[in-house]
Design a protein around this ligand. Sequence first.
Ligand code: ATP
Ligand code: MG
Length: 572
Amino acid sequence: MRISQTLFVTLKEEPADAEVRSHALMVRAGFIQQIAAGIYVYGPMMWRVLHKIEQIVREEHDKAGCQELLMPALQPRELWEESGRWERYVADKILYHFKDGRGRDVCLGPTHEEVITNFVKGRLTSYKQLPQNLYQVQTKFRDEMRPRFGLMRGREFVMKDAYSFDADAEGMAKSYDVMREVYRNIFTRCGVRFTPVEADSGAIGGSGSEEFMVDADTGEDAIAVCHETGYAANTERAVSKIPAPPEPAEEVAMHKEPTPGAKSCEDLVALFPDLPIERMLKTILYRAVWADREQAIAVMCRGDREINTVKLLNHLDCLGLELADEKLVKQVTNADVGFAGPIGLSDEVMLLADNSVEGVKGFLCGGNETDTHYLDVWFGRDLEQPSTHDFGVVQAGDKTVEGDGTIEITRGIEVGHIFQLGTKYSEAMNATFADEGGKLKPFHMGCYGIGISRTAASAIEQGHDDGGMIWPLPIAPYHVMLIQMRPGDEAQDGLAQELHDQLEAAGIEVLWDDRKGGAGAKFKDADLVGIPLRVIVGRDAADRKVEWKPRTGGETEVISADEVLGRVQALL
Ligand code: ATP
Ligand code: MG
């Protein structure tokens, strides 16, 4: 393909709002254009990349026996009422929903469990037809609160979603294992470095789930990893053994102390330098909302630990959870913000605690009175220990629950997520099949998503330098960039045309820079768009000599034009 015949327009300026490199570079290279927050045009170069990722995804799914279909983006409310998800997705404000011309509620699909379950219902009727796995590559809509980072978090984006149907839990686990392998193959073939991690199942629900994280410092997800034991989990879900708290020297009676202005652990550490922070217990207040009620929740945890709101939300099984505002804090503690504690809290509050409070003796906690804390408090003696669960955030340096390895915190970009759903949707939507004995049973389902557009962005997050993008060969928009130094020079015209035709005839994708213009501008553009293999037709064209100059790694070499095809084929 000759550049002079394509829409190839690069920008000199970086977009002002780009927070990550992939976003800035894709805009500058003309790959994408934002038309509103989180909504993009994928230009021809970008589209080629997305196609390549989709192609790899399709090949690996087909190889594993999955079948492709296409479901509608526009979906009726009734299906979402059947599964019981309409309310939560509306409350989360993630769902685009509106009334159509007939006054009926519809939404734009953020995911397709309802539609697929409804589709197989009455079609898959016997155990003899199982297992089945159906997938699609389709545009998804999510009204993300903070669309950002370019294609990483769009409001409209391309996803591959697959759904498996099995007769029982054992079959579902098998289908899940197959998909886990499919995902490993896909991301390996895409040429990105990734880590599979244990994950939280979120609003989708279900039992087991795993995320595929592209390793990148700019990733939005924090991951707990342990190189000694191989443990890897999203911190939303990660568990650990935490260091034991120091014991008090003696047992003293509980006493109330004035703590003017001391609202944070930092203030309290300054005020009581001899009391270890592990023996200061925080009490954090939240407002939890369910479909039919809301309640104030107080959660205690050790001063050196944090509360994981994902774990808390899962435990409460509520629709929403937010930090209590000043008004609510005053209402339930009778004090300013910063002095909440377990003793004398209003009865309307549900009091819970993180596992980190276990075994803490002689602790400090808020006094439910402005500028006041209790000291030397003991569970069992001064108050009952609240119902205790794992609500903690794993921290670097914690030990793994198994094997006693040390945990590190790294960052990643979630590009894929696989779930064992169980019978959550099939039961809710009454999707059943007849087992061997003729008894009707709900399907055991799995669902499996890959962010196609996010995977492309994550490849650039991993592969770029000051000059621009560096695409992995398998998903690059073209394999070879053929740079002609002086279009119009007879020898160069002839050789460039010959190489172009020869490579294309061999199924190799060539972008031929045949534009008139300075060498500097051409090399800048070539660096920016990041096509991995590059051949330069210049001065020595009359001698059938060209320069071989890959985008990264390796010196420029002068080689015979006859060697080019062989070299490219060897790399493909
Ligand atoms: P996140 O936690 O990043 O919001 P999610 O867990 O809600 O994502 P899933 O429902 O698991 O996402 O969707 C499957 C895949 O779709 C994700 O692994 C991710 O690669 C991709 N994806 C999800 N949301 C977006 C988005 N807003 N823009 C681009 N890709 C997305
Ligand atoms: Mg996910």
